[in-house]
Design a protein around this ligand. Structure first.
Ligand code: PSV
Ligand code: MN
Length: 397
C-alpha cells in the first residue's frame, strides 16, 4: 500500500508525462536481411496518424507523432499542408521532424561530412527545408541523425569532416526560429563500421555547443556500447543543460530497437531517476522530449507501441517514488546499502494499481492493451490493408 505522499507522487508524475510515437514504428520495416510483412502495417502518413491516434486514445500520454521527412512528407512542404487535418482527425499532432540525409544515393560517402561540397550543400538544403516544415506544422524539435562515417582506415580525413560538420550544424542553427530546437543524435557504429562522424555523446555535445544555444543532445538508448553507464551521460548532460531528448528502445547486443525495458528495465528506471533527481534538486522542470524509436518487425506494431508506452509510464512513476530527502541524507553519509535501497524499494514497488486509477480518472481504460484488443481496430485495419500489404510477399521455400 502506498502512502498519500507516494500516491500523489505517482499522479503528479503521470500528469506531466508525455512520450512521442515514431511514425516509422507503424510501417513495415525490417532488418538488413529481410522484412517480415504485417498485414495491418501502415503504408501512408494517413494510416500512421490513424494508428498513432489509436495508441494515444487508449494510453492518453502520446499526443505527438514524430515524422521522418522522406518517408512521410516526400514532397516536403507541399505534403505538410494536409498534416493539420490529419492531426485534428486523429487527435495527435506532428512532433519532432526528422530530416533524412542518409538514403539518397548521393550520400554514399556521407552528407554533412561528404568531401563533395555540392553534396554537403544538398544535405544542408534538405535540413533547412525540414526546418520550414517544422515551422509550418508548429513542431518545435528538429531531430538530426547522420549516418556519416567511413568503413576503412585512411579513407577519410576525420578532422576535416569534423570541421565540415561544425559548419553544417551552425548553418542549420542559423535557420531555426526562436523557440525551435535542434537535437543532435549520436551512434557508435552502423551503417559506418570504421569511424562514425558523431559517434558518442561527447562528440554530439561539442557539435551542439558549436552550433548554438538552441542545439541540444539526443540520447538514443540503443546507441551505446554494452557496459556504458547511460544514466551518467544523462546526469552530465542535465548538469550542462544540454539534454534535449531521448529515443527510447532497448537492446541486447547493438541497436536492436527492442521494446523499452524488455531487457533492462532497471536501466530505464535509473535514467528517469537521474532526471527526477535533477528536477528535485534544482526545482526546475527538465525540458526533455521523450520519444520512442522502435520499429517492430515481429511483434504486432500497435500492440508493441502500447506495451512500450505502458512500460514507460510504469518506470517513470517508479522513479518518482524514490524518497529523495532520504537518499540525499544517505548519500552524504555514504550509507551504501541504505542509499541503494532507496532506489531498489522504488523500483520494486508495484505501481500498476495506481496507474490504473489515474487512467480511469482521466476517462481512459484501466488496461490500454486489453481495450485496444477489444476495440476491433486491428481486425478492421487488417481487413482494409492486408491484400495490399501482403501482395509482395515472397517465399523462397
Ligand atoms: C538511427 O539508427 C535512428 O536511431 C535515427 O534516430 C533514425 O532517425 C531512426 O533510427 C530511424 O531510422
Ligand atoms: Mn534514434
Amino acid at each position: 500500500m502506498f502512502t498519500t505522499k507516494q500516491t500523489d507522487a505517482i499522479w503528479n508524475a503521470l500528469n506531466g508525462f508525455h512520450i512521442e510515437l515514431p511514425s516509422w514504428g507503424f510501417a513495415n520495416t525490417g532488418t538488413r536481411f529481410g522484412k517480415f510483412l504485417q498485414p495491418a502495417a501502415a503504408a501512408s502518413i494517413e494510416e500512421k496518424f490513424r494508428d498513432a491516434g489509436e495508441v494515444h486514445r487508449w494510453t492518453g500520454v502520446c499526443p505527438t507523432i514524430a515524422l521522418h521527412v522522406l518517408w512521410d512528407l516526400p514532397r516536403g512542404l507541399a505534403d505538410a499542408a494536409g498534416v493539420e487535418e490529419l492531426a485534428a482527425k486523429n487527435g495527435v499532432r506532428a512532433g519532432s521532424i526528422n530530416p533524412n540525409v542518409f538514403q539518397d544515393q548521393a550520400y554514399k560517402h556521407g552528407s554533412f561530412g561528404n568531401p563533395d561540397p555540392g553534396i554537403r550543400q544538398e544535405a544542408l538544403t534538405h535540413v533547412l527545408s525540414s526546418i520550414e516544415i517544422a515551422q509550418r506544422l508548429g513542431s518545435r524539435d528538429l531531430s538530426l541523425w547522420f549516418a556519416d562515417g567511413s568503413n576503412y582506415p585512411g579513407t577519410q580525413n576525420v578532422r576535416q569532416r569534423k570541421k565540415w560538420f561544425e559548419d553544417g550544424l551552425r548553418a542549420v542553427h542559423a535557420g531555426l526560429a526562436k523557440g525551435q530546437r535542434m537535437l543532435v543524435e549520436y551512434k557508435p557504429f552502423e551503417p559506418a563500421f570504421y569511424h562514425t562522424d558523431i559517434a558518442d555523446w561527447g562528440m554530439a555535445l561539442l557539435f551542439a555547443q558549436a552550433a548554438g544555444p538552441q542545439a541540444k543532445v539526443l540520447v538514443d538508448t540503443g546507441h551505446h556500447y554494452q557496459a556504458q553507464n547511460i544514466e551518467q551521460i544523462v546526469a552530465w548532460l542535465l548538469d550542462l543543460n544540454m539534454l534535449g531528448g531521448f529515443h527510447f528502445n532497448d537492446r541486447r547486443y547493438a541497436d536492436d530497437d527492442l521494446t523499452i525495458g524488455s531487457i533492462d528495465p532497471y536501466q530505464v528506471f535509473r535514467i528517469f531517476h537521474e532526471i527526477l533527481h535533477y528536477e528535485w534538486e534544482t526545482g526546475k522542470r527538465a525540458d526533455i522530449a521523450y520519444m520512442i524509436d522502435q520499429s517492430h518487425n515481429l511483434k504486432g506494431k500497435i500492440e508493441a507501441m502500447i506495451q512500450t508506452v505502458s512500460t514507460a509510464m510504469e518506470l517513470y512513476t517508479k522513479a518518482a517514488l524514490v524518497d529523495r530527502e532520504k537518499l540525499a541524507r544517505r548519500q552524504e553519509k555514504c550509507e551504501l546499502v541504505d542509499a541503494e535501497m532507496c532506489l531498489k524499494d522504488a523500483f520494486s514497488s508495484d505501481v500498476r494499481p495506481v496507474i490504473r486509477e489515474w487512467s480511469v480518472s482521466k476517462g481512459l481504460p484501466p488496461d490500454p492493451l486489453d481495450a485496444f484488443r477489444q476495440s476491433g481496430y486491428l481486425e478492421r485495419i487488417t481487413a482494409e490493408r492486408s491484400a495490399r500489404n501482403m501482395a509482395s510477399v515472397t517465399s523462397y521455400a
